[in-house]
Design a protein around this ligand. Structure first.
Ligand code: MN
Ligand code: MN
Length: 320
């Protein structure tokens, strides 16, 4: 039997690997899916037969390996937290700076949320029946890494970051479920445990039912999650899951990003095809890997393991 100290450090090695895979999965899924964003499955078949390589293009005319708002907003959020602790105005400031840098793409709801912070200092959007898009859900990877080991903290951080731009019960529920699926995956659960989390979501919000998937993969967070869940639970590898999702078209970069963060955390780094990692923009790859490790090191779970207090639980780090 391994000595206890060694066992702990090998657990941590696996955990850090899954954390990197979660964030890399997001970026890889975004870069892969951007090519087929807004296409129908028929159009994708006619153009690519099966889309399975990171090749850029798409309606945004991306370079191969270039990512979009899904990864960029996640990195902006992660950077804010690493610099200032959990501070919503810090996150909003980074979103403003990102928007001013003329990003290749920005969703209308995100733009409106960022503008209302800029003009009115507003850190929470009012409830809006049109805010059930997937723009908050796509930013959940850094939040899940940061809050691992504390479900109450996950819920709080998920909802606060979400409502900077999106305030809708279906978006809120989606964000929390994605966060929980990542948490469970990071600590090495099986797929039945993940399926149980989706059943909890469906019990609260029956629209997320995905057992009879109808192929809708729009930016409506219900369509997005049904697509992700359908392919995650009907495939047996990271690669197969991601290829299924992005060949469904629709909001393919975002379904790719969300499938990538969950499947990445679940399957680990070795499961991400090398050809995809090699194509990913090297500076993005470096940023996501570095943030993944630094965020997981701040998580309550790792803090408890190494016997350190958690900075997020100390009042002085709450600016809000
Ligand atoms: Mn995007
Ligand atoms: Mn998208």
């Amino acid at each position: 039997m391994a000595e206890p100290g060694r066992e702990k450090s090998s657990h941590r090695h696996t955990l850090y690997d899954r954390a990197r895979a979660c964030y890399l999965g997001l970026a890889v899924g975004d870069a892969l899916g951007a090519t087929t964003e807004f296409m129908t499955p028929g159009e994708i078949r006619a153009t690519h037969t099966i889309h399975k390589n990171i090749c850029g293009g798409g309606w945004l005319r991306l370079k191969p390996g270039q990512v979009t708002d899904d990864t960029e907003m996640s990195l902006a959020l992660g950077r804010a937290v690493l610099e200032r602790g959990w501070c919503l105005s810090g996150i909003a400031d980074n979103f403003v700076a990102w928007m001013r840098g003329k990003p290749v793409d920005i969703g209308a709801t995100c733009r409106r949320g960022i503008r209302s912070y800029l003009l009115k200092g507003q850190l929470e959007q009012p409830v809006n029946e049109w805010d059930a898009g997937n723009g908050a859900a796509m930013r959940m990877a850094p939040v899940a890494l940061l809050t691992l080991g504390d479900d109450v903290l996950l819920m709080r951080c998920a909802l606060e970051q979400a409502r900077l731009t999106h305030h809708h019960p279906l978006s809120d529920a989606a964000c929390i479920t994605i966060g929980r699926m990542i948490h469970h995956s990071l600590t090495g659960c099986d797929r039945f445990a993940l399926h149980a989390l989706t059943r909890d979501l469906v019990a609260d919000h029956p629209r997320f039912q995905f057992s009879r998937y109808d192929g809708q993969a729009s930016a409506y967070v219900v369509d997005t999650l049904r697509t992700v869940f359908h392919y995650f639970f009907t495939t047996g590898s990271f690669e197969e899951c991601l290829i299924g999702v992005v060949n469904q078209g629709g909001d393919a970069d975002t379904t790719g990003a969300i499938a990538g963060m969950i499947a990445g955390a679940f399957y680990g780094c070795d499961a991400i095809p090398r050809r995809w990692l090699k194509k990913l923009d090297p500076s993005i790859r470096e940023d996501v890997e570095e943030q993944a490790i630094r965020l997981i090191q701040l998580s309550p779970l790792v803090r408890r393991q190494i016997g350190d207090g958690h900075p997020l639980t100390q009042e002085k780090n709450h600016e809000i």
